[in-house]
Design a protein around this ligand. Structure first.
Ligand SMILES: NC(=O)C1=CN([C@@H]2O[C@H](COP(=O)(O)OP(=O)(O)OC[C@H]3O[C@@H](n4cnc5c(N)ncnc54)[C@H](OP(=O)(O)O)[C@@H]3O)[C@@H](O)[C@H]2O)C=CC1
Ligand SMILES: Cc1cn([C@H]2C[C@H](O)[C@@H](COP(=O)(O)OP(=O)(O)O[C@H]3O[C@@H](C)C(=O)[C@@H](O)[C@H]3O)O2)c(=O)[nH]c1=O
Ligand SMILES: [Mg+2]
Length: 285
């Protein structure tokens, strides 16, 4: 099976380029080779590669910047995935896509399930939701994995930012009133590969039974503040960390207060997911 992988230099894309080797022949493309802001290029690349599956971890992920660049965020996160789904339909291909906890408003302290009502608080979340909806509407075999708080030892992420800041400063001030599940990029890629191996074995009927949205996050929950403390403890860095409120950390985009997703559906059908603490240890060691 020929797999077109987008965003191969991103956190999840980089891990997928490795994990998907066992699933099929991977054509991994970065932004230079396929710019999702250029819809004509997206179309022509897909028509040239002619994949049997498109795996799309590429996304506009700058949450604050998206507030002032809504058109670009929507083009990359909604219009490009919509076009990919349309091209997949013409090719008879399937599509695997990634989305976010930020599609929810996070108003209630209960783990969200896949069918719960959405209500994004910011442009990024709204653009990701529009992408999900376009793929679902295309009527193709598809999987949409909603994940959260992605980190890893490469790329741009909260873990690497905190390690850098802790070395530069005597004290970190970190929000303690947003709750969620930090998820290692490698967990996302490995689980994707496991699910796709099942899909491959199951054929057409598998997709009829299993297509749709799945929450895919590490188990348990924490706050950005507690996550920071766990990161510094694991790294053996001594730096004071002060809990603050979101109001004390003014940024352009609003974030959900309760961002925990229930991954029970995925675990019941496919495989176990690790605790966030365990995955953090594996990642940092
Ligand atoms: N990061 C997170 O905390 C979370 C991410 N997600 C979702 O998971 C998926 C993977 O995210 P993650 O790997 O963490 O994100 P990253 O920000 O690490 O990677 C995003 C990738 O998309 C690429 N990209 C951005 N704009 C374009 C463009 N116009 N054309 C082509 N490629 C582009 C980036 O390229 P370049 O390297 O050149 O910038 C990068 O390779 C995304 O769908 C994201 O929305 C969900 C929840 C949390
Ligand atoms: C750097 C820093 C951030 N913060 C806060 C800001 C924010 O509320 C929180 C996390 O910072 P980030 O910039 O990583 O947050 P953010 O970019 O909102 O992270 C999100 O990214 C998108 C792509 C997703 O899909 C989400 O799941 C989530 O991971 O920590 C502090 O309190 N102190 C600090 O020193
Ligand atoms: Mg960010």
């Amino acid at each position: 099976m020929k797999i077109l992988l987008t965003g191969s230099s991103g956190q999840v894309g980089y891990e997928l380029a490795r994990s998907l080797q066992g699933v099929g022949e991977v054509v991994a493309l970065d932004r230079q080779q396929m710019d999702l802001a250029d819809l004509d290029q997206v179309r022509s690349v897909i028509r040239t590669v002619q994949p049997q599956m498109i795996v799309n971890p590429a996304a506009y992920t700058a949450v604050d910047k998206a507030e002032s660049e809504p058109e670009l965020a929507f083009r990359v996160n909604a219009e490009a995935p919509a076009l990919m789904a349309e091209e997949a339909r013409l090719l008879g291909a399937s599509m695997v896509h990634y989305s976010t906890d930020y599609v929810f408003d996070g108003a209630v302290a209960v783990a969200r399930v896949e069918d719960d009502p959405t209500g994004p608080l910011n442009v990024y979340g709204a653009s990701k939701l529009a992408g999900e909806q376009a793929i679902a509407a295309a009527g193709i075999p598809h999987l949409i994995f909603r994940t959260s708080w992605v980190y890893g030892m490469r790329g741009k992420n909260f873990l690497l930012t905190m390690l850098r800041l802790a070395r530069e400063r005597d004290e970190l001030r970190v929000v303690a009133d947003q709750h969620g599940a930090p998820t290692w990029s490698r967990t996302i890629a490995d689980v994707t590969a496991q699910v796709l191996a099942q899909a491959h074995a199951g054929g057409r009927e598998w997709w009829v039974q299993n297509r749709g949205v799945y929450h895919l996050t590490a188990q348990g929950q924490t706050t950005w503040y507690e996550f920071t403390r766990a990161i510094l403890a694991e790294a053996g860095i001594n730096c004071r960390v002060l809990p603050i409120t979101s109001a004390e950390y003014p940024v352009p985009a609003r974030r959900p207060e309760h961002s925990v997703l229930s991954s029970e559906k995925l675990m019941a059908r496919f495989c176990h997911l690790p605790d966030w603490q365990h995955a953090l240890q594996l990642c940092m060691r």
